[in-house]
Design a protein around this ligand. Structure first.
Ligand code: SF4
Length: 530
């Protein structure tokens, strides 16, 4: 037996499923799974590839699947937003060999710029989604997902949360990959072409697949009803919230009926009908939004079973942030009249339960660098708008005026100018963000003759997520400076590693003194997280 965490378990299940190619863009909690797969690639013969962004990662995986081999994509919540463009077409074309997306959601935003419940992508894209409750179950589930993806010819999404990814469990050792013969690529005309001529047919076929999945998921080996069938109180707990519920309930003898629900979409209608029919009152535990609460009510309405549902909408379950065990016990204390657990989890001990909050490096040079920039601007009587992207630049959040998502700083700065704000707007972002989405925005800025200063803080990779490489480090890569020059900026300054404060200030001063035009400063300061 070996002790592994949730992120590793998903990698082990993927290896055992016989995956051929794994793609990703860095972003926790999916990165841990990708790293484990990279470390084991030589031993087990699969390939792993960091991609410029999540949409490219999903495109590559789609091609691998069409070509007949199994593929996994590791994404974080906001990464799914980027991949959505491809996903919303891939649902229509379907897949050939198994294609699974490991989706890492982050209740509590421990390492994210938003708190997003990405489960809603499943009904929107009409793609099956599952969520494991335990570490070993996650490993089994992802194997099952590859098989189901092939049987139903659909992408399958397996959602995990950050707490799940860091939770440890002792499990049987890793088995060798199952031998997956290459599936013959389907060359039927238009098979993989998303086109007007077949969109309606594809959509109808997608609905047939979902109808089948609704039935299949009622027999899913992971869903389970337990507890006293004569108890009129029931609890539905999904994913890792089920494991927390078990711990929060331990020692209490209320013995409610419990539906452990691991199929998030489509919901297992027959199983839910059975559970709703057996209970008069149901408490729903889930992270983050009331996705399940609303969906269960809809199923109940359709089948004529409408027990009273308690959850986030009724104020009975915490709605914002991670659902901790003490939150669950508060909900249980209201729901179960004689609730007496053997261990009481307290709000003041919440730090014992938290996975970790990403703290940016103390003494990060970016605070100082942007302070120099602001000081030089002040000398010229300027107070520029500073817009940023996610990444290390967030250490200097106090000095920024705006920050949205990857690749958005240039567009936001251009927007400031279109609003005719009197101050100069400056876009500042890292090397990884530039490749991820900034390059497109720079091309747009050039094409529209934007009057803009951009600062690219090149610290030698995607450092906040674990120093994943950016393309300029590859032998066949394309450098940032070449790309910026190709985009036709009016002037490019490069501040090198060895350049001192005076040199940096001089460049800032010169760039801020420049007239209208498109200007870029590349500031090369390699960094490793400290
Ligand atoms: S890795 Fe370097 S640049 Fe990034 S936050 Fe830490 S110190 Fe700053």
């Amino acid at each position: 037996m070996e002790t592994i965490n949730g992120a590793q378990a998903m990698a082990w299940g993927t290896i055992e499923a016989g995956v051929a190619v794994v793609t990703s863009y860095p972003g926790s909690p999916g990165t841990g799974t990708f790293n484990t797969l990279t470390e084991t690639a030589n031993e087990f013969g699969h390939q792993t590839e960091w991609c410029l962004n999540e949409r490219i990662a999903l495109d590559i995986a789609a091609g691998v699947s069409q070509g007949g081999k199994r593929a996994l994509v590791c994404l974080k919540s906001v990464g799914m937003n980027v991949a959505l463009d491809t996903l919303m077409v891939l649902n229509m074309t379907g897949v050939n060999a198994g294609l699974v997306i490991l989706l890492g959601d982050d209740p509590g935003a421990w390492g994210s710029q938003n708190e997003q419940d990405t489960r809603f992508v499943a009904p929107m894209s009409e793609i099956p989604m599952l969520e494991p409750s335990t570490i070993q179950e996650g490993r089994q589930m992802i194997k099952w997902a590859f098989d189901y993806s092939e049987t139903a010819e659909t992408v399958v999404i397996v959602r995990i949360t950050r707490s799940f990814a860091t939770q440890e469990e002792t499990v049987p050792p890793l088995s060798p990959p199952s031998q997956q013969p290459r599936r013959v690529p389907d060359r039927e005309p238009l098979r993989w072409v998303a086109a007007l001529a077949k969109t309606m047919t594809d959509h109808a076929r997608l609905h047939q697949k979902l109808e089948q999945a609704t039935t299949d998921f009622s027999r899913l080996p992971f869903n389970r009803i337990s507890g006293d069938r004569s108890n009129h109180k029931g609890i539905i707990a999904t994913g890792f919230a089920y494991t927390k519920l078990q711990e929060a309930l331990a020692g209490d003898d209320s013995d409610p009926q419990i539906l452990k629900l691991n199929a998030l979409y489509p919901l297992p209608r027959d199983l839910l009908a059975q559970f709703l029919g057996q209970c008069q009152e149901i408490l729903i535990l889930e992270e983050v939004d009331p996705y399940l609460e609303d969906s269960v009510k809809a199923v109940g309405y359709d089948i004529g079973q409408t027990p009273k549902i308690y959850g986030k909408r009724t104020g009975d379950v915490n709605w914002v942030g991670e659902l901790f065990r003490w939150h669950i016990q508060q909900s249980l204390a209201k729901f179960l009249p004689n609730f007496k657990p053997e261990r009481v989890y307290l709000e003041q001990d919440w730090e014992q339960e938290k996975p970790f909050r990403k703290s940016y490096c103390a003494g990060c040079p970016y605070m100082e660098i942007l302070t120099f920039f602001r000081e030089e601007a002040r000398k010229l009587g300027q107070n520029p708008f500073l817009t940023g992207d996610p990444g290390c630049v967030i250490t200097a959040a106090k000095l920024l005026d705006a920050k949205l998502c990857m690749g958005s700083a240039i567009g936001v700065s251009s927007g400031h100018q279109k609003a005719e704000v009197s101050e100069r707007s400056v876009a500042v972002f890292g090397d990884s963000a530039f490749y991820h989405g900034g390059l497109n925005a720079l091309i747009h800025a050039r094409t529209t003759s934007a009057n803009l200063l951009t600062i690219i803080l090149d610290n030698g990779g995607a450092v906040t997520t674990g120093c994943q490489p950016t393309p300029d480090q590859a032998e066949t890569g394309v450098s940032i400076s070449d790309l910026v020059q190709t985009c036709g900026v009016d002037q490019l300054w490069i501040i090198e590693e060895e350049d001192d404060e005076a040199c940096m200030r001089a460049v800032f001063h010169q760039a801020l003194s420049s007239n209208e035009g498109l200007y870029t400063i590349i500031l090369r300061k390699k960094c490793h997280p400290v």
